[in-house]
Design a protein around this ligand. Structure first.
Ligand code: ASP
Length: 439
């Protein structure tokens, strides 16, 4: 059995957190490959080491003094080293970093040191081999992960090592310099490592016990999701639910490796298992609810629109030419509605409307703003009759007017448009009907 374990920043923010992590790893022989993030926040007003590095490097680039900032970063690591009682000095590492900052080595290099140094400490603490990600994870000329080269090189190194620490978040760019993923990218590293060693499971340890059915800022103490499929997760993440970096799914998905989201502060809890497919029945008809506010809609009406070849294409072209990205497109027989992010759209609205008039000569164009979209997602909806009926009666009882409905043909999700001001009430009402009262 082989497990890859990735620990997020809050799991490694202090010596105390490191000790919890050490205990988790030592508890299970299979936890042989470890991917650490940089130290995160110890308390809510604290600063993540990655952010400290970005601002320190910013000073260096401006030719300002950065010594003091760098010393603060060093202090954070020293506190961890001392708290763990390790015989380890990062003096040489910091001399190199100081030099490279002065030479303006790059913003990515700067940020990556957070994971790099934490990786050195972790390897020393566990007695595992340290593997610098810049030697085993590669990006191509377009800045995308070179998945195959990475997999070949990384796989060989890890198999040889048997037990290793691979810092998250960075690799080597096509120019040979250090390059990072986007923020939160250690999740992606964990997934790449899991693929390379053919792990049985990729455990992603964080500070929550998995995915919640709804946003805890809206629903008090929501229940967590036991098992979710990659597809359901995509739908929910797209609608704003975030626990995992979006790109983290792809490497493990190729190998059918499940991801288990776990809580470092509550390791006895099973967390959420993310899988390709499952025959396990979901606990509730719905798997999760997520949503986003601030959409604008453009509804275009034209008699016999459905019989006009290329009508939709012409409309979409107008949005594309104006650089407005489309988020949703529910349609009727003689109407189509386009939803876009309000911020992207407002300045361009008149240009878009004029363009639509020119392109398709509509009977009527109507616009609305301050709309919110809510996705109700669940593989269980396919076989449950009356799901949408239950959603709409719950919303009606909560006095929420539904502005738009869109059900994907996969029957995996129902998307509902409501006014921004009804957003929270709507989510609570849907949660209530499927999870609390279950009527
Ligand atoms: N430390 C990086 C960040 O703050 C990467 C990560 O934690 O995944 O975004």
């Amino acid at each position: 059995m082989k497990k890859v374990v990735k620990f997020g920043g809050s799991s490694l923010a202090s010596a105390e957190q490191f000790q919890k992590v050490g205990k988790i790893i030592r508890q299970d022989e299979a936890r042989r490959f470890v991917v650490p993030s940089a130290p995160g926040k110890r308390f809510s007003e604290d600063t993540k080491v990655t952010d400290m590095l970005y601002s320190c490097y910013h000073l260096a680039v401006k030719g300002k003094k950065f010594e003091e900032q760098l010393q603060k970063i060093k202090d954070r690591y020293q506190e961890i080293i001392d708290g763990l009682g390790l015989d380890l000095s990062l003096d040489d590492e910091f001399s190199v970093i100081r030099e490279k900052f002065a030479k303006k080595e790059g913003r990515d290099y700067a940020a990556s040191r957070g994971e790099y140094l934490n990786g050195i400490i972790m390897a020393n603490y566990l007695g595992y081999e340290f593997i610098d990600s810049a030697e085993v994870i590669f990006f191509d000329e377009n800045g995308n992960l070179d998945a195959e080269k990475t997999n070949t090189v990384l796989s060989e190194r890890l198999m040889k090592a048997g037990k290793a620490v691979v810092p998250g978040f960075y690799g080597q760019g096509a120019d040979g310099k250090v390059k990072t993923f986007s923020r939160g990218g250690s999740d992606v590293t964990g997934s790449i490592v899991a693929r390379a060693v053919h792990a049985d499971v990729y455990e992603n340890w964080t500070d929550v016990s998995g995915f919640m059915i709804a946003d805890p800022r809206i629903v008090k103490n929501p229940k967590s999701i036991d098992v979710i499929t990659y597809k359901e997760l995509r739908e929910l993440s797209y609608m704003g639910a975030s626990v995992l970096h979006e790109d983290a799914i792809f490497p493990v998905r190729k190998e059918g490796i499940p991801i288990n989201i776990r809580n470092t502060n509550a390791p006895e809890e099973k967390g959420t298992l993310i899988v390709e497919a499952t025959c396990r029945k979901p606990r509730f008809v719905i798997t999760g609810i997520a949503g986003k506010k601030d959409f604008a809609s453009v509804t275009i009406e034209k008699a016999m629109m459905n019989s006009q070849v290329g009508f939709c294409m012409k409309v979409l072209q107008v949005f594309a030419e104006n650089g407005v990205s489309i988020e949703h497109m529910p349609s009727g027989i003689d109407t189509m509605t386009i939803l876009a992010h309000q911020d992207d759209f407002v300045d361009k609205e008149q240009k878009v409307v004029a363009g639509i008039h020119r392109a398709v000569e509509p009977d009527f164009v109507e616009m609305e703003s301050d709309l919110a979209l809510i996705a109700v997602v669940g593989r269980g909806m396919k076989s449950a009759r009356g799901t949408s009926g239950r959603i709409f009666s719950a919303l009606a009882h909560a006095n929420v007017n539904v502005r738009m409905i869109d059900q994907g043909s996969s029957e995996l999700n129902i998307i509902i448009g409501v006014r921004n001001r009804d957003f929270e009430t709507a989510i609570k009402a849907i949660y209530d009907i499927f999870v609390v009262t279950q009527v």
